[in-house]
Design a protein around this ligand. Structure first.
Ligand code: UDP
Length: 310
């Protein structure tokens, strides 16, 4: 297959590009480096199977030649990035999805949207099943991401229903691993950098809020499988092992043998209290489930951060 991946220089986009190339496919990566990093893909330039376009996909997308699948992964994805880039976040989720869908339609290609557990907002049920409609504050600081992704899902379903396009809606739960930015601002990179530098580890709120963390190799494997099915409705991909954020901080402190203190800071507005994927569909229809446990995944990630902070 010849696949276009938007956001290819980002954390997930770079792993995804590498995975598809390792399976023998050709990848055309697109990124405008708002939050992407060229170092994440520098090794890929050595292969003829990878082409790269520096471009903002909010604008008309043109790639010559046949394309079999379009994977729209471009977006800022961390709460501090939404605060820094609120309008680009809304634009890439809304206009970028519109461009990517139109492009996929013109190429008669399959389309996949990287959606998110954020469509469930601060959920009133736990775990979250795909049929849950969510509890989102549209005008809060996270609304720029949550609502853009909800709109992206609506637009994707409209193209599926009206144009009969094959689509995949992937709801990604918290994912971590190498290639996350040091200054990304999410819990895993913050705690890793703080612990490795023996600086105070900043837990927001009382740390009792939960997340369920998926190692990136598991996620990428799930994405690959999802693309090959014919499920046009949303599918949760994530690891259902739920931990409190305080537990996560303590685990990272222990794994890094850090002397850091754990300190408590104000909980950001609309921070979800719980989050855990129901992965019944992924298990039964994709025959997928995560394999990498939290400690193992965090250990691999620590090795990356050790090198990256030098
Ligand atoms: N968090 C924290 N300290 C940090 C960064 C994040 O306690 O330095 C908390 C954050 O408030 C949230 C959880 O960790 O409850 C996960 O945050 P993250 O930004 O990683 O992702 P989210 O799931 O909120 O999008």
């Amino acid at each position: 297959m010849r696949i276009v991946i938007t956001g290819a220089a980002g954390f997930l986009g770079s792993h995804l590009s590498r995975y598809f190339i390792s399976k023998g496919h050709n990848v055309i990566g697109i990124d405008n480096f708002i939050t992407g990093n060229i170092d994440n893909i520098s090794d890929l330039f050595k292969t003829k199977k990878f082409e790269f376009i520096d471009y903002n996909v909010v604008n008309y997308i043109h790639v010559p030649g046949k394309v079999d699948a379009v994977l729209h992964f471009a977006s800022p994805a961390s709460p501090i990035d939404y605060l820094k880039f609120p309008i680009p976040t809304l634009k890439v989720g809304a206009l970028g999805t519109y461009r990517a869908l139109g492009f996929a339609k013109a190429k008669k290609a399959k389309f996949m949207i990287a959606s998110t557990s954020e469509v469930y907002g601060d959920p009133l049920i736990n775990p979250q099943v795909e049929t849950y409609w969510g509890n989102v504050n549209p005008i809060g600081p996270r609304g720029v991401y949550d609502e853009a992704k909800r709109y992206a899902e609506a637009l994707t379903m409209a193209y599926h229903r009206y144009h009969k396009m094959p689509v995949r809606i992937l709801r990604i739960f918290n994912t971590y691993g190498p290639n996350m930015r040091l200054e990304d601002g999410r819990a895993v990179p913050n705690f890793m950098v703080q612990a490795l530098k023996n600086k105070s580890m900043t837990v927001y709120g009382n740390g009792e809020q939960t997340r369920s963390l998926c190692y990136v190799s598991d996620l990428v494997r799930g994405i690959y499988k999802l693309l090959q099915t014919n499920i046009n409705t949303p599918v949760n991909i994530g690891n259902p092992h739920e931990v409190s954020i305080l537990e996560l901080a303590q685990t990272i402190k222990q794994l890094t043998k850090s002397k850091s203190r754990i300190i408590f800071k104000k909980l950001p507005q609309d921070d979800p209290q719980v989050r855990r994927p129901d992965i019944t569909i992924a298990k039964s229809k994709l025959k997928w489930q995560p394999k990498v446990g939290l400690e193992e995944g965090l250990k691999n990630t620590v090795e990356y951060f050790k090198k990256a902070i030098k």
